[in-house]
Ligand binder design. Structure first.
Ligand code: AMP
Ligand code: GLY
Length: 424
């Protein structure tokens, strides 16, 4: 099979690494990719949101499957773009339709969907600039902390959790009246605060059946002990010790099955990953958010635990035969620790030479933000490398990653030293 993978982060390097191991792969292209994906296929300089350029490349290079890493092309409708074009329609896109991608692209859509299908989530109400006064009154009637969410995509920054009522009111005004998050905050969801531990659960679906992937836990804040600014994710572990079979049965019955059935019953085309951002509140799972793609850095621990041929699964998704495919995982634990540029998630410098990559034997180094500068590899983003290791438990896996990190150098490199500590 000739495959095009869209994206350029650690998630895409992990997917490219796995796709390259498939027995049915003929050639892999990654657009635009990074210095890591280049080890597994051919990078091409096309943006994942430039649909016309993607069309030209797909036709000229006889691509037979397109796998979408990030959310933006999905929310912009790449699936529908292929469906609407006579020359592209027969080429499967792994990812939901534009309508289905609203599970991530619109918090209001996701909340209403969960309400229709009785999927447990925080109580909420949605407001616009026309209903700002009702929104302010609604806040008045709630207890702190106040959770305000911009409806649309806001690069992971659109959620505010505030302890002070007046601050919450001011933020609501700035989101609705002054477009704090641009058009993404034309609508704002206000919801009940849920107190618990978060985890990420993933399925792949062909729209009829689904396969559960290993769950993971992501470490979102820049500082140890989960303090400081939010980031894209500073590390991840899989499996998650508290996600025992009793808890996962509840996730299956109350959340995953009603979601997949709900999409089908509403006639929403959805062939791809569903990422359930969950919170465990006293043993009961609630949905914090849906994403229409895999998580990053969760992919860097979930995909290494997959033993089955990933293209066989994708083929099952494309041909509505996922239920006939076999999916196997390793019992080994996996951990990934993210090495980031100094200053991230605020201003940081790029272009720093990375040393020591060739010396790593005990870990898999997934590139998150790198580029090739002649023979050397340089940093090209805030998150630079995701260092993944296996172990008989999380403790061993994490230790191996830290050992590998001690052999990798670039100027200003920072990483959290407590990944997995809360569950060890
Ligand atoms: P989201 O983008 O919806 O995942 O929200 C970002 C982060 O805000 C989540 O990962 C949670 O840590 C937190 N969060 C969102 N909604 C809630 C809620 N209702 N209660 C508590 N924390 C929340
Ligand atoms: N790691 C969280 C995300 O991918 O959204």
């Amino acid at each position: 099979m000739r495959v095009l993978l869209l994206g350029s982060g650690g998630r895409e390097h992990a997917l490219a690494w796995k796709i390259a191991q498939s027995s049915i792969l003929d050639e892999l292209f990654i657009a635009p990719g990074n210095a890591g994906t280049k080890q597994h296929g051919k990078n091409i300089a096309i943006s994942p949101t430039d649909f016309e350029a993607i069309k030209k490349f797909v036709l000229e290079n006889r691509i037979e499957m397109v796998i979408v890493g990030p959310e933006e092309p999905l929310v912009n409708g790449i699936y529908d773009f292929f469906q609407a074009d006579d020359t592209l329609r027969k080429i499967p896109v792994i990812g939901p339709s534009k309508f289905g991608a609203q599970l991530e692209g619109s918090k209001d859509f996701a909340k209403a969907f969960m309400a229709r299908h009785k999927i447990p989530t925080a109580k909420y109400a949605t407001f616009t600039s026309e209903t700002l006064n009702e929104g302010l009154q609604f806040l008045q009637g709630m207890k702190a902390p106040y959770v305000l969410k911009a409806d649309g995509l806001a690069a992971g920054k659109g959620v505010l959790i505030l302890n002070d009522l007046n601050e919450a009111k001011n933020e609501l005004k700035s989101m609705l009246q002054h477009q704090k998050f641009g058009a993404a905050s034309n609508k704002v969801v206000i919801e009940q605060f849920l107190d618990g531990i978060e985890l990420s659960v993933f399925v792949i679906t062909d729209g009829e059946s689904f396969k559960l992937l290993p769950e993971a836990k992501d470490y979102k804040r820049i500082g140890e002990g989960d303090t400081g600014l939010n980031t894209g994710g500073m590390g991840a572990i899989s499996p998650v010790p508290f996600a025992d079979s009793g808890f996962m049965d509840k996730v299956h019955n109350r959340i995953i099955v009603p979601t997949v059935k709900g999409l089908k019953s509403e006639g929403i085309s959805y062939k791809g990953f569903i990422f359930f951002g969950l919170i465990n509140v006293k043993g009961d799972p609630y949905v914090i958010e849906y994403n229409c793609r895999m998580g990053d850095p969760e992919t860097e621990v979930v995909i290494p635990r997959l033993k089955s041929d990933i293209l066989d699964l994708f083929e099952g998704v494309a041909t509505n035969t996922l239920s006939e495919r076999d999916i196997q995982f390793t019992d080994k634990s996996a951990a990934t620790v993210m090495m980031v540029s100094g200053g991230y998630p605020e201003a940081y410098e790029k272009g720093k030479s990375i040393y020591g990559l060739n010396t790593i034997a005990e870990s898999i180094v997934f590139h998150a933000g790198t580029s090739a500068d002649g023979p050397s590899i340089v940093s090209a983003g805030g998150r630079v490398l995701a260092v993944t290791s296996y172990g008989k438990n999380i403790e061993v896996a994490v230790e191996k990653s830290y050992d590998s990190i001690s052999k990798i150098k670039f100027e200003g490199a920072y990483f959290r030293k407590d990944i997995g500590q809360d569950v060890i």
